[in-house]
Design a protein around this ligand. Structure first.
Ligand code: FBP
Ligand code: MN
Length: 646
């Protein structure tokens, strides 16, 4: 606690009774059970699946219903009730249709539902103070809900009073609103704090909706993923980050996020592409079966854009790599390793034939030189990105809530890896003549990102180039692979060249000694800490829980294109007062399907660890702050008591 906070606290509680009341309050809070945290990762634009997980409290809502109504509800009733809590509006519509001409039955349903919801709300809020619960209630229903929540239903004197309230809710046509508001409050209370472990953006269709939804969330933090960095990088002035994200949008048939989502016009790029590129199978957009099939003209247009932006990207890479020798990426300057006549490329001494080439805008004598139109297109796009209000708001939010890593309640959270050598020694990266490794490496990247973000007009400076490095550099903690072989995958058949060698971190993190060393590096205790990562999809047959249960990887693949390799629809991790649980989600098909068939996507829960004793708020980071306040208030009270007692 700093001096101003101390002064504020002293100023706020002037009288002895005010201090005593606050002390009683704080100490009571410290003894409450620790609230529930949920971790989610690599959502990659899959808004509906993400929403579902928020609505079902990462599986927690159903668990609470099952615990509370054990022996009183069948599995089917539990499922029905759970879906009402997840999707109250849609489920209400179905119920009202069912009871269309049976008002009495509908009223009975309302009475039963009010009672169950209030019981569930009560059960979900026992860990919190009344003041916190009040903040989670819809303002228009605070009074009514509190009466129902804390009322004494058994007292004969009051039973008429409660009956009057519930009957009036129906008579005054507030029943639906009340049910919807209460369900939202329950959703909110079952998970008190959300950690988003990176990669909100790219591949899936609606990252913008995810960010808008997160902006409404009551309590969260974000660890940036390499894909999020592309978007932050573009707004910070990196043309390379911009070219990469556009290329990925074209590749996944997602250009509408740019145009419709963020109101950025792609006309110049599209016209340029149409003029210079033809059809090319290597650049066809990937399409999932569930999507509306593209017309031939649409497909051709995206294929042309895809090639145009990919070539701009490869051209832009040359000068950045050249001006930053400390990036050690000279081998990634590829356009000067091509024999344009023979259509071959020589990599590490080996020559490969090139296929699906589209090098017509490249001058073999100056392969990295942009055509004047290419220059204009990318500059115009950068300007548009930097002037989209909505994108700016979203990126501001990502900056405000985001970090490269976070330590929170004993745990270390980051998206990718800590770059290490085979022995587990932290690898050093040189920035402006100085070496950074371990925690210092994470910190210097974050400092540069914040600098670049606040200086968007500086586009060729080191801080901005480092943003692109974070996307693809061999020592980037967000990437963690030696090369990103994008070029090879478009143009070279030999799959050996497509391989992306991973940092030794991904092997070593299976070992307890290694995880302990990392926790210590960040000032955490190996006895209580965990590391939580996203980034690498946990493939079928692999275990997401490693190193004596201290290392947890929760990229289960929300991303639809990865469902085949992971076999599941994603993981979430829950950390409550009893310990940690890993929740596996089945692939999510669509919201409409989930509601119509009541198909939940939670499959299994695996206990990661189980606390012998329930953890309390006192054992959390917030608890540590509260304890400091308690100490200050105690001292203040002692001084005041002494003054009174003389
Ligand atoms: O599957 P795609 O779209 O070709 O993307 C592959 C690229 O994505 C990456 O895996 C990075 O994205 P992730 O952070 O989602 O793993 C690169 O290593 C790789 O080159
Ligand atoms: Mn990633």
């Amino acid at each position: 606690m700093d001096v101003t906070e101390l002064a504020l606290l002293k100023g706020k509680y002037q009288t002895r009774s005010a201090i005593a009341t606050e002390l009683i309050n704080l100490e009571a809070i410290l003894s409450l059970p620790k609230s529930t945290e949920a971790f989610i990762s690599d959502v990659h634009g899959e808004y509906d699946a993400f929403q579902h997980v928020l609505r079902n409290g990462a599986g927690n809502v159903k668990q609470k219903i099952a615990d509370l109504f054990a022996g009183k509800m069948t599995a089917k009733t539990i499922g029905n009730f759970a879906f009402l809590v997840y999707y109250p509006k849609e489920r209400l519509a179905a119920v009202k249709q069912r009871y269309a001409h049976r008002t009495d039955d509908l009223h009975q349903w309302y009475f039963d539902t009010f009672e169950r919801l209030i019981q569930l709300l009560h059960f979900s809020s026992t860990k919190y103070t009344r003041s916190k619960v009040r903040k989670a209630l819809a303002p228009e229903f605070v009074y009514i809900t509190e009466e129902l929540l804390y009322g004494d239903f058994d007292s004969a004197d009051k039973s008429g009073y409660y009956q009057q309230i519930t009957e009036n809710i129906i008579a005054l046509q507030q029943a639906d609103e009340f049910i919807i508001a209460t369900c939202h409050t329950i959703q909110r209370l079952v998970v008190d704090h959300l950690h988003v472990v990176g990669d909100i953006y790219d591949r899936g269709p609606h990252p913008d909706k995810i960010v808008s939804r997160l902006m409404q969330h009551h309590s969260l933090d974000i660890q940036w993923g390499n894909h999020d960095i592309l978007w932050l990088g573009a707004v910070s002035g990196s043309k390379l980050c911009l070219a990469n994200l556009l290329r990925i949008c074209a590749r996944y048939n997602n250009l509408s996020i740019i145009e419709d989502g963020y109101g950025i016009n792609l006309r110049h790029l599209s016209l340029f592409a149409e003029e210079h590129y033809q059809d090319n199978p290597a650049f066809h957009p990937r399409q999932l079966h569930s999507e509306r099939p593209l017309s031939a003209a649409e497909k051709l247009q995206i294929t042309q854009i895809h090639q145009a932006i990919a070539i701009i990207q490869f051209k832009l890479e040359g000068p950045v790599i050249a001006r930053r020798p400390e990036f050690n990426m000279t081998h990634r300057r590829l356009l000067d390793k091509i024999d344009y006549q023979k259509k071959t490329i020589t990599l590490q001494g080996k020559t490969y034939p090139l296929e699906n080439t589209c090098f017509q805008t490249i001058d073999p004598k100056a392969p990295y030189k942009l055509l004047p139109e290419e220059k204009r297109v990318i500059e115009q796009l950068l300007d548009a990105f930097q002037h989209s209000d909505k994108l700016q708001r979203h990126m501001d939010f990502l900056m405000r809530k985001g970090h490269i890593y976070l330590t929170y309640n004993d745990n270390l959270i980051f998206h990718g890896c800590m770059p290490v050598d085979d022995k587990g020694k932290f690898q050093a990266f040189k920035i402006a003549g100085k070496n950074y490794a371990g925690k210092a490496l994470f910190d210097i990247f974050e400092r540069n990102l914040r600098f670049s973000y606040t200086h968007p007009q500086q586009q060729d400076d080191c801080a901005t180039d480092l943003l692109w490095y974070l996307w693809t550099g061999p020592l980037s903690p967000l990437f963690g692979k030696h090369d990103m072989t994008t070029f090879e995958r478009y143009f070279i058949k030999d799959k050996a060249t497509h391989e992306e060698q991973t940092n030794a971190y991904y092997q070593l993190r299976r070992n307890t000694w290694f995880v302990d060393q990392l926790l210590r590096e960040f000032g955490l205790s190996p006895a209580t800490g965990h590391i939580i990562n996203g980034h690498t999809p946990v493939k079928k047959g692999q275990n997401p829980i490693m190193a004596n249960r201290k290392m947890l990887v929760i990229d289960g693949g929300f991303s639809k294109p990865y469902h085949k390799t992971t076999g599941i629809g994603g993981y979430t991790l829950l950390y409550n007062s009893y310990g940690m649980q890993l929740v596996t989600h089945q692939p999510f098909t669509s919201k409409a399907n989930a509601i119509a068939n009541l198909t939940d996507i939670i499959s299994t829960k695996r206990i990661v660890d189980h606390a012998a004793q329930r953890k309390t708020v006192a054992q959390t980071d917030i608890g540590a702050e509260l304890k400091q306040q308690v100490a200050v208030l105690r001292q203040l009270l002692a001084e005041k008591n002494q003054a009174v007692n003389g």
